[in-house]
Ligand binder design. Sequence first.
Ligand code: NAP
Ligand code: ZN
Ligand code: ZN
Length: 367
Amino acid sequence: MTDAAQQPAKETQKPQTFPAKAFAAQSATSRLAPHNIKRRSPRPQDVQLEILYCGVCHSDLHQTRNEWQHALPTVYPCVPGHEIVGRVVKVGSAVKKLKEGDIAAVGCLVDSCRKCAACLDGDEQYCENIATFTYNGEDKILGGVTYGGYSDSVVVDGDFVFRVPNGLDPAGAAPLLCAGITTYSPLRHWKIGKGQKVGIVGLGGLGHMGVKFAKALGAHVVLFTTSPKKTEDGIRLGASEVVVSKNEADMQKHAGSFDFILDAVSADHDVNAYLNLVKRNGTMVLVGAPEKPLPVGAFSLLLNRRRLAGSGIGGLRETQDLLDFCGEKGITADVEMIKIQQINEAYDRLLKSDVKYRFVIDMASLQ
Ligand code: NAP
Ligand code: ZN
Ligand code: ZN
C-alpha cells in the first residue's frame, strides 16, 4: 500500500459547498455590489453561522481599494468584513463549546498553524506560518481566498469562533471583534491602568473603543481629534480631556507627559507631534495602518528614551477575554446601523471621519 492510499479520505477530499450571498469589490476602483460565493459545508470541527451583523472597519476600505498592496495585496473579487456576529445554525460533532441557536462571533482570523511559538503563546495573529485572515487570506480548504462577513453565512473552525456573552447587544458587540480587540490588546500588553495618563489619537471605530477601554481600565484618558465637533462625544465616551490636534498651543500643554499613546489614525498624519507628548520611557503604539509610511524624526524618539511600537488585532484567548470583559462591564460599540446597499456611501463617509462611531451592517438587508 502506498502512503497516499493510507491517508484518510477526509485529508484528500474537498468538502462539499453551498451557495451564499455576499457583497464584493471586483477591482480596486469598483464599488461594492452583490456577488455569489460558495461556503464549505461544515466539517466536524466547524461551526456555521447565519450572519446577523457585520461591522465596517476602515481596513475593509483599505483592502478593497488595494491600499495595502505592498504588504497585503488584494485578490478580487474581495468580500470584506471581519467583525461578525451571527446565530449558530450548524455545529460539527467535534465542537463542544457552542450549540445551535447560540449567538457567536468571528473576528479577523479563521485559522493558524497552532504549532509555532506565537500560536502556542496565544498570539495566533502573529502566527509564524501566517494566520489565515477572515478575508483575502489563503483558503487552505477550498482553494482561492477567504471571503469575509459581508455575507449571509460563514463557516469557520470552531476554535476561531467566540461566545458572545448574554446581555451584550449583538449589533454593538460586532465591532468588538476588530476595533475592540485591536485597542484592548495593546492596552493590556502595556499594562495600562490606574495612575497612568493615556492618549488616544483619532475618534473613529478603533479610537472610540480605545477611549472606552482605557477609561474602564482606570487610566486618565486624553482624546486627540482633528474634529472639534467630536469633543462632547469624547467626554461622554470616557475622556477626561479632549485636545483638537490642529491647535498647537493645546498640544504643547501636554508635552512630555504621557505614559502611553495609542494612535488609531487611518490616514497620513504627523506622528512626531504625538511622540513629543510621550514622557521619559513612555510608549506610543501605532494601530492605525495608513497607506503610506509615516516619517519619524530620530529626536522624537531619542529624547526621553521613547518607544514607538505597533500592535495587530489580538489572539484567540485574548479575544474571548475581551468579550467576557465587555459582558461584565456592559461595554459595546456606538453603532450606526446600515443596510448592505448603503455600504459604498458608508465608505465615503468613513473617508470624511463621519461615523458615530462604527457602521454595522444589518445583514437581514442582504436578501
Ligand atoms: P475610522 O473609523 O475611519 O477612524 C479613523 C479616525 O482617524 C477618524 O475618525 C479620524 O478621527 C482620524 N483621521 C482620519 N483622517 C485623518 C487625518 N488625515 N489626520 C488625522 N486624523 C485623521 O477607522 P478605524 O476603522 O478606526 O481604523 C483606523 C485605522 O486602524 C485604519 O488604518 C485601519 O486599517 C487600522 N486598523 C488596524 C488594525 C490593527 O490590527 N492594527 C485593526 C483594525 C484597523 P478624528 O475625526 O477624531 O480626527
Ligand atoms: Zn478591522
Ligand atoms: Zn502558528
